[in-house]
Each structure stands twice: as C-alpha cells, then as structure tokens.
Ligand binder design. Structure first.
Ligand SMILES: [Zn+2]
Length: 643
C-alpha cells in the first residue's frame, strides 16, 4: 500500500472536514456550508465518506479528496498537505537517520527557547518602564494597533548587556543554547552578552509558523544599525524565509498575487489595514529560494519598493554598479538583472510598482487604503520600470542620453527568455527612446560579451556555447520560415482561405496568429487577417495603408516575379501557394517539437521536485502535441498539392 493510501485509510475525511465545517448527516453523506465561498442559504457542500471525497456544488463547483481539501483550506501545496496529514496519521514519510533525528531534536529545543524569548520580550514591552517608550513608538509613529502588536507578537529587548542572559540562565538553559538560538553574541575571548539591546523585537516565523529568529529595530535614532537580525544558524537562514508568509499565504493564494515590501513594519501595517497578501525578504534582494516559495501560491509577484536610498533609485543609478555589488556579496534590495533571470527561469510574472516619493507602504496604506490598491494595480514589468526610472527627467532628444539608456537597458532585455516578450520590450523601448527598433537589435548583438563559465572539463566548457548556437539556429530558422509565409500572404492575402482548406483536408488547425512566434510577425499576420475581414478597401490597399508608416514591413516586400505567359504565371502562383502551405506546416512542426521538448523538461523537473500532482493534465497536453506532430509529419511526408 502506498503511503498516500495508508494516510487515507487511517484518517476519516468527515472528522477532518468537520473541524472547519459544521456537517449534517444526509443519508450516507454529509452536507454543510461551503468554507470556500460566502453563503448562508444553501448548504452546497457535500462530503462523501464512501469515496473519501468532497464537492461544492455551489459557486466554487470544485471538489476533491482529503488532500485537496487541506491544500485549499490551509493554502498549502500537495507536498505540504501530505506532510501535515502524514503527521496527523502518525505516518513517517521518510525513515529518519540518527543524525537527522538528532538535528530535529536540537531544532525543536532551540525553537522552544525562542518561543520563551517571545514571552520574555513581550513582557518587557507591556510591563517595563522603558517598554512603554517602545509601545508609544509603535502606536504613534507606526500606527500599530494593540491587537496588531499582539497578533505579530512584538516585544522589547531591554537596555542592559545581560538581561536575556540572566533570564535564560535562571531558567536552567546552558549558555551554548542561548548563543545557538541567536540571542547572545560571543566575543573573541569567549565572553557573551545580549545581542539585542534597547530594540523593538519582531519574531520571525517560517511559512508554517515555526519560530526561526528575531529582527530588532532601534528605538534610539542614534543607534546603528537600524535593524539587526538573528545570525545565520540551523534555525535561521534569511535567504529562505519571507517575513509574514505564514500569515500571508492564504491571501496570496486566494488573491493570486503576492506583494513584496521592504520592511517588517510595512508587512505588519499593510496586513493590519486589510491587505494580507504582503511579505518581506528581510533587507535583501529577493532570492531564488524565496521566489520558488512564493510560486507555490501564485506566479504573480509584485514588488513595492520604498523610494528611499535603499530602494530603487540608488540601485538604478547604474545597473552595472548593482551587478558589481552583487559580486561583492552586499545586498542590493532591487537587482533587476537577477530578478529577470529568475523570472524567466521560474516562469514567474514579476512586476514592480513605484511608490509616491517619500512614502513607505505602511504610510500609504494608513493614509489611503484605496491608493495602495491603485498603486499595486499599476505595477509594471521590471524592464518598463527600469526604463521609466532611467528616462525620468532626461532629455530624450539628446543622442548621448539615448545611447546611455539603451546601453543600460539592452542587457536586461537580452536576459528575457520569451522571444515574444523580448520583441515587445524592444518595440516599447524604441518607441520611448524614439529610435528605430533595428538600431536596438544591432546594439544588442554588439553588446554580446563573453560569458564566464566555470571550467571543469573541456566538455563542460564547450557545452553552453554549443547549446546556445543550436537555440539560435532553431529560432532563426523558425523566423525565416515565418517571414517567407508573411511575404507571400502580404501579396496574396486571400490565399489564406485556400491554405485553410488545405490544412483542414489534412486534419490540421486553421492558420492563426499563434502560428507566428515573434510579436512583429504576429502583428503583420493580424494586419493580413484584418485586411480580409474589413469591407472598405481592397485587401491590398488596406495592407498598403497600414504598411505605410511601419517601415519594418517594407523589408518583406519582394520583387514581383517577371511576367511571362499567362499559363506560366498561374503555375508560379500555385507553386508559391503550395510552398507557403508547406512552410506553415514546417514552422508548426518545429514549434510542436520545441513544445514537446519543453513539456518533457518541465515534467522531469517537476518529478525531481516531487510535484506529480499535475501529471495527468500534462500527459493529456503532451499526447495532444504528439498527435499534432504525427499529423504534421504525415502531411509533410508527401508533396503539397493544392488545386
Ligand atoms: Zn463553494
């Protein structure tokens, strides 16, 4: 029996669901009000104990098994639901090695110590004289309400050097434990003292709500640094924690968007004001691990960055500088290049929104919650954001300014993996900088700098260049074919109908704009289609009018074939038509092959991550692609004949 079946056997779906839904017996089954949509009239939610499943027949029209219920209810992914339910069923998912067991026990022990530290710091905040100062600061300077302060377990670390030390010693904890939990700092000579002194204490929990460490903010403006965190330890690794995610995950999933802010107080106050999909990477640029974590809940990630020195502007003064800084292990908050790289690789949708000058997220949301919503809605892709920041206040008629901006933005565009997006960015940049798009393309190919690869073996050194070349050739080939099809259809738009008839007779889909990969090619085919669906002009005149102010279309115009006898001309026409139909199938074949490779890659990588829950859908789509490929292969194996 599989572990999953074992869990299903041991747990009762009715027991578990009735913890969150009031269920009434109805024959063999149970009914109640659906916990996933607001309703008070019809109990549209049914639990079927026999099949171990549930379904909402109301608004949601969704259902599933116990795992899906827990995933939806707790806002977790399959892996995590499995872990939670295995725990509950008392089933060990993987056998523990003695080392792992020891480490787990150690982590548990230190976590208990940290939970106790929360109580200590809270007691100081509420009951001590200096704690009052901290409370006043939170209320008056930050607008944090008492219930918020309690919900986020804020505390106060007293001024002395040994308050925490003495407290935990009196509780019987060995000093080594207090040091390892990150509450004491050890000097070279072995003496220890309180790490956090006269600071507001912010407990940092991981995404499942487990204690990992603290952030401490100064109360005395003279003290530096403004924030300190717990040191790196077996509990605390700030590159893999997002502050507030334990409280934000459900909202992130239900709203299908995560908003990333810079500070702890931004998270706390924005949550307080009703926007619960907000988290913070603690004073660092978003890491790949953090993006992966968020991607379990949504792929739409929006960065709301403070306009201050630590934020966008300083970094944007020179992206080169930011990249240097990254090499030197400092922590820029906004690293456009890194983010675009992750965005492409992780298939996330990363956007940036610009906050009004001098205002932080917490200030905006307290002043005007509506404004916060508007700002988040206006978030734009990273490249547009960078472009806007670079062009702000610049004289765009100055050729020097143009070329400086182009030089900074083009490397970012080059890193965008999706060719359609890349083209769209280039077009937009060309528009804003008022230059010809082809100039940008040239500039981009010149800015090809040699990349540094780690040399391990002669093979690994050759590999990347080889792959890159293949990719280029394939994409170049597809583009060439597409251009050929367009050149023909620009001259003979009405041939679309003949081509479609031919495609249909081979059980192939009609020609659509998705047969073209780059956005400019899609743009052209759209003009051709439009020329056929309008009734005011002859299609060729319509095209000519549209082409007039779009210079890049002119490249496509080919010399007319020299006219000879009528019979011969007819033959040439037909051959061209047949050749175009063949090219359409060829382009599709290349693209289907590419999609199949992408699917296989995705499947493998998901299997590696243990994410098999989407396997069925993928399998279906893959089969669909393979079927398409079969039809294309067959049609291409014989001569194309159009009557
Ligand atoms: Zn429902």
């Amino acid at each position: 029996m599989s572990t999953i079946d074992e869990i299903r056997n041991r747990l009762d779906i009715v027991d578990i669901i009735s913890e969150s839904v009031k269920l009434r017996r109805s024959g063999k089954n149970y009914t109640g009000f659906c916990p996933f949509h607001a309703n008070t009239r019809t109990p549209a939610f049914v639990v079927f104990p026999d099949s171990g499943s549930w379904r909402c027949f109301g608004e949601c029209n969704e259902g599933g098994d116990l795992f899906q219920y827990v995933m939806k209810k707790e806002g977790v992914d399959f892996k995590e639901a499995l872990k939670m339910l295995a725990d509950r069923a008392g089933i060990q998912l993987e056998p523990l090695t003695p080392q792992k067991k020891e480490r787990n026990e150690r982590v548990d022990h230190l976590r208990k110590l940290l939970e106790e530290a929360i109580m200590f710091y809270r007691n100081q905040l509420i009951n001590s004289e200096p704690g009052k100062l901290a409370r006043t600061y939170l209320r008056e300077k930050r607008g944090i309400k008492p219930e918020t302060e309690e919900a986020w377990e804020l505390g106060y670390a007293p001024k002395g050097w040994d308050a925490v030390l003495n407290y935990f010693k009196s509780k019987g904890y060995p000093i080594s434990d207090i040091v390892e939990a990150g509450l004491l700092t050890e000097r070279q000579d072995g003496k220890v003292y309180d790490r956090f002194r006269h600071r507001i204490m912010i407990p940092i929990r991981d995404m499942s709500g487990q204690m990992t460490g603290f952030g401490g903010r100064v109360l005395d403006p003279e003290d530096v640094p403004k924030f300190i965190n717990s040191p790196q330890s077996i509990l605390f690794d700030k590159s893999s924690i997002l502050y507030g995610l334990d409280k934000a995950r459900r909202a992130i999933r239900s709203e299908n968007q995560a908003v990333i802010v810079e500070g702890y107080f931004d998270v706390i106050v924005v949550h307080q004001e009703g926007f619960q999909n907000v988290v913070s990477p603690m004073g660092t640029a978003l890491t790949e691990i953090q993006i992966r974590m968020l991607k379990r809940f949504t792929r739409r990630l929006t960065l709301a960055l403070d306009p201050d020195a630590a934020g966008q502007k300083a970094t944007l003064k020179g992206l080169e500088v930011a990249r240097e800084a990254l090499d030197h292990n400092s922590d820029p908050i906004f690293d456009a290049r890194g983010l675009i790289h992750y965005e492409s690789r992780l298939q996330a949708d990363l956007r940036v929104c610009t906050l009004p000058d001098e205002l932080d997220p917490d200030e905006i949301v307290i002043q005007d919650p509506k404004l916060w919503e508007q700002i988040i809605q206006k978030a734009q892709p990273i490249i547009y954001h960078v472009l806007e920041s670079l062009t702000e206040g610049q004289d765009l008629d100055d050729p020097k300014v143009k070329s400086t901006i182009a030089a900074q933005i083009l490397p970012l565009v080059k890193d965008v993996a999706n060719p359609i997006e890349r083209d769209a960015y280039r077009q937009q940049i060309a528009r804003i900088l008022k230059i010809d798009e082809r100039v940008l393309l040239d500039a981009a190919s010149h800015s090809n700098r040699p990349r540094k690869y780690k040399k391990q073996s002669p093979h690994s050194e050759e590999q990347p260049a080889h792959t890159a070349k293949l990719e280029f050739n394939e994409q170049g080939k597809i583009n060439m074919i597409e251009r050929g099809i367009l050149a023909y259809l620009l001259k003979k738009p009405e041939s679309k109908y003949k081509i479609n008839r031919f495609l249909r007779s081979n059980k192939l889909d009609q020609l659509t704009i998705t047969d073209f990969s780059s956005s400019e090619n899609q743009h052209i085919i759209q003009i051709i289609f439009d020329s056929l669906s309008q009734g005011d002009l002859d299609p060729l005149d319509f095209i000519a009018e549209k082409v007039e102010d779009e210079t890049f279309l002119k490249e496509l115009e080919q010399p007319e074939p020299s006219k000879s006898s009528e019979e011969e001309l007819k033959n040439t026409d037909l051959r061209e038509l047949e050749e175009s139909a063949r090219m359409i199938m060829q382009a599709r074949q290349l693209s289907v092959n590419q999609q199949i490779r992408d699917f296989r890659f995705m499947q493998t990588s998901q299997e590696e991550e243990g994410n098999n829950d989407q396997g069925v859908i993928h399998q279906e789509r893959l089969l669909d692609l393979i079927k398409k490929r079969g039809l294309l292969d067959h049609a291409l194996s014989k001569p194309v004949i159009i009557q």
